[in-house]
Design a protein around this ligand. Structure first.
Ligand SMILES: [Zn+2]
Length: 284
């Protein structure tokens, strides 16, 4: 499994969200569990120009210089420094997926609440849209699917699509439909997912947010069981895996007692490990 990771995409833990430092813990966990099956690939950071296609360039410059708030509501320079690398990971993974017709991983989070002019909800720049626009502008794709299975509504993605009048992105966000386990019961979730997948089939690239926060025990989720989440990943990989695809981590907020940071977020690591395991199984 190819993973587009560089240490620079990690920023220190931010108040109430592990997403800034989660990538390092996830990649270390995968190497520990899967060894040589994990192939870590480097990449270039996204340029200001690439990020300025998905966002107001003044907003991009303001966040990077520390004059505007990031998605954590602060001006931490270390978060700003990590942002070209989180989007850069998505861009490089998307280019690789399309050029080699492969399914690859960008171990990133913190994208889908970022709108054209604004950060919010732990998201600063929308790496999904930065990557989609980069491969579209390079002439590598006609249509892109964003299949967002994070627990929350990808409002930032929708706002950028509307602002830029984009008609070539197929955007499906589970957060618009499901916020409780009751809503997702009786095959309602499976029906939604299958319908979304059906519409993604006509695209040249799939960006799949394999969020860990829909989980039953997640303080910001509470929707799907561990088994339902495994089925979700398996169905996406089996039905869309013949297309170029990048999957990422998106949200996940369960915390337990532990001595190390990895022990404290073990429930989240376990869910991402489950997705990585299914990737290996389906694409073996
Ligand atoms: Zn979320």
């Amino acid at each position: 499994m190819k993973v587009f990771y560089r240490p620079e995409l990690v920023a220190p833990a931010q108040h109430s969200s592990p997403s800034a430092h989660k990538p390092r813990l996830v990649v270390e966990d995968w190497i520990r569990h899967f060894g040589d099956a994990i192939e870590v690939l480097g990449f270039e950071p996204a340029s200001d120009e690439q990020m300025g296609r998905a966002h107001d360039p003044d907003f991009v410059a303001g966040v990077l210089s520390g004059s505007l708030l990031n998605g954590f509501g602060n001006r931490d320079r270390r978060v700003a420094a990590s942002l070209p690398f989180t989007s850069g990971s998505m861009v490089a993974a998307a280019e690789h997926a399309v050029l080699h017709r492969e399914v690859v991983c960008s171990p990133t989070s913190g994208f889908h609440h970022a709108g054209y002019h604004n950060a919010g909800g732990y998201c600063t720049f929308n790496g999904l849209m930065v990557a989609a626009l980069a491969v579209k502008d390079a002439g590598l794709v006609q249509r892109v699917a964003i299949l967002d299975c994070d627990a929350h509504y990808g409002n930032g993605t929708d706002s950028i699509i509307r602002t830029l009048n984009i008609d070539w992105i197929e955007h499906h966000t589970q957060g618009l439909k499901f916020s409780t386990a009751r809503q997702a019961a009786s095959c309602a979730y499976e029906s939604w997912l299958n319908a979304a997948i059906e519409k993604c089939l006509a695209c040249d690239l799939v960006l799949y947010q394999a969020g860990a926060d829909p989980h039953m025990e997640d303080p910001l989720g509470g929707i799907l069981t561990t088994e339902q989440m495994a089925t979700r990943d398996r169905v996406v990989f089996e039905k869309l895996g013949h297309l170029p695809m990048v999957w990422n981590l998106a949200g996940g907020y369960q915390v337990v007692l532990g001595d190390t940071e990895a022990q404290r977020i073990e429930p989240v690591l376990a869910l991402h490990r489950q997705t990585a395991n299914l990737h290996s199984e389906v694409f073996a």
